[in-house]
Design a protein around this ligand. Structure first.
Ligand code: GMT
Length: 377
């Protein structure tokens, strides 16, 4: 396959879709493709300079005439400009709104040759597609794309049903980097966080949106804490943080719950844990579950969305009914109280993360779709 010039657009701030889009760009660049990120700020996982990777900032000007700055249009102009200037073969956008719509405009503006691939990540469908004022524009963005992928089979089906879309959409799972290094000895870090030798560690990582049900994580931890000496690490930040802090205080758990906020070295922190709790009510994939599995941490997750496609129930973690924090606490305790089961699940989690969600295979799947789209086969 010849090397390609690829424009990538995503939400560049903290979030699974931005992580996946950036990691994909890095892997493609390693394979010789020329990658142009067209985003509102530098993607946060582009932590150093990479050969073959360029960044084009979409600057949104605040003109008085506009009540709301027209980001979608500025983005479309920038996409068209970069396409023409650098001769891009394709635009790969993450999220239907507004990115797929801006890409459709950019394609028209730049003469129609550039191809557009849209990857659906979830919130665009599971939340926004419920809004009647957005349904038509989401459907338009999807139908105008040359190829559409979604991060789970659940999301493909949900998009088809919710938006009455008949075109083909390809499920392509998210992936973990090929190599993840975590220190073999985490004693110093445990001590730093005041975790005693006899304490188990439970971790939750999210953007603290209501759909993540962080309150259920606290309720479950409260039950676990009654049975076992343990600490809960909360990684991430967002709109629910304040109310969660209040709940933790009301439950008298303040000394055992550590609010770590947004972090960059997540693998190092997550690998401190014995189990992860991810009790969301909506989750098209659940990248944090996969990140935990990759460092050998079994996940207790809910029976919603794409989570059962990531967590293999009874093998790499346990799937519980959504909103049932008591069941989640029982599941966590069953893993924490049985060393042999814990070791088996930890090994299976690591193995599944690097087999079913192997970056080499998944990046190659994207490349195959690019080649089909560009008729290179
Ligand atoms: O879950 C969020 O609030 C963030 C959102 C995002 O933009 O990263 O996550 C979505 O995309 C991730 C990457 O594909 C998935 O792992 C998440 O499950 C998905 N979130 C939802 O479906 C709610």
């Amino acid at each position: 396959m010849r090397t390609l010039k690829i424009g990538i657009t995503c939400y560049p701030t903290v979030g699974g879709s931005g992580v996946v889009a950036t990691e994909l760009g890095k892997r493609l660049a390693e394979k010789g493709h020329e990658i142009h990120f067209i985003t509102s700020s530098l993607p946060f996982r582009l932590e150093r300079a990479y050969a073959n990777i360029y960044f084009h900032e979409v600057e949104v000007n605040q003109y008085q005439i506009f009540r709301y700055p027209p980001y979608d249009l500025t983005l479309a102009s920038k996409m068209a400009e970069v396409t023409e200037k650098h001769g891009l073969d394709l635009l790969h956008v993450h999220y239907a709104v507004p990115h797929a719509v801006s890409a459709a405009l950019a394609k028209d503006m730049s003469g129609g040759d550039v191809k557009v691939m849209t990857t659906l990540h979830g919130t665009d469908i599971t939340v926004l597609a419920h809004d009647p004022s957005l349904q038509n524009i989401i459907r338009y963005g999807i139908n105008r794309s040359d190829k559409v992928t979604a991060v789970s089979r659940f999301l493909v089906n949900q998009t088809r049903d919710q938006l009455d879309i008949s075109r083909h959409m390809e499920p392509i799972y998210n992936f973990v980097p090929p190599r993840i290094s975590v220190p073999a000895n985490q004693h110093a870090l445990r001590r730093w966080y005041g975790i005693k030798d006899d304490e188990d560690v439970i971790v939750h990582m999210s953007n603290f949106r209501p759909v993540k049900r962080v309150e259920d994580v606290i309720q479950a931890f409260c039950l676990i804490r009654k049975e076992k000496a343990s600490k809960l690490l909360l990684i991430g930040d967002g709109q629910e943080r304040h109310s969660i802090e209040k709940l933790v205080e009301a439950k008298g758990l303040y000394d055992d719950v550590l609010f770590l906020g947004n972090q960059s070295r997540i693998y190092e922190l997550v690998s401190l844990a014995d189990v992860m709790l991810l009790l969301s009510e909506k989750e098209s994939f659940g990248l944090t579950a996969l990140e935990a599995m990759a460092v050998g941490v079994p996940v207790i997750g809910t029976n919603i969305g794409g989570l059962p496609e990531v967590i293999s129930d009874g093998e790499t973690g346990i799937i519980c009914p959504v909103y049932d924090y008591q069941a989640a606490a029982r599941a966590a305790l069953s893993v924490l109280n049985d060393q042999a089961m814990h070791r088996r699940m930890a090994d299976a989690a690591r193995a599944r993360a690097f087999s079913a969600f192997n970056s080499e295979t998944i990046v190659a799947n994207y490349e195959n779709l690019y080649a089909e789209m560009l008729e290179l086969h």
